[in-house]
Design a protein. Structure first.
Length: 119
């Protein structure tokens, strides 16, 4: 699935039921990250990278994976809470956000999700 399609599906879901936070589950995070990094990514790899990041001992690969997943958070937040600056170029104003990663340390990496809040 392309990154644009992943973003659009998430934005449509949020706009259908607007709220003050956005929750993204493991599947779109993994799919978007795989496209971003141009390599296979699993929920287990993302969960492990998040664990290392939270512990302060993330490798360069861990950081790249967390950055790719966080990029999706920014893209979706900008389209949900920002203003469109150019429809032709699909450019949106940047929105300040906070991310709260959850369940990345559970027994099932597929349970991980991120909650996005507008700052």
């Amino acid at each position: 699935m392309s990154q644009d399609l992943i973003i659009q599906q998430l934005v449509n879901s949020v706009k259908k039921e607007p709220r003050n936070k956005i929750i993204i589950n493991a599947s779109p995070l993994v799919a978007y990250s795989a496209e971003e990094l141009e390599k296979e990514v699993s929920a287990a790899q993302l969960a492990e990278a998040l664990s290392h990041y939270e512990d302060g001992d993330a490798s360069e690969d861990d950081q790249s994976l967390v950055d790719a997943a966080t990029s999706l958070c920014h893209q979706v937040a900008n389209r949900c809470w920002g203003e469109c600056e150019s429809e032709e170029d699909d450019e949106w104003s940047e929105v300040d956000i906070s991310t709260e990663w959850s369940d990345f340390d559970s027994d099932n990496p597929e349970d991980l999700f991120v909650t996005i809040y507008q700052d």
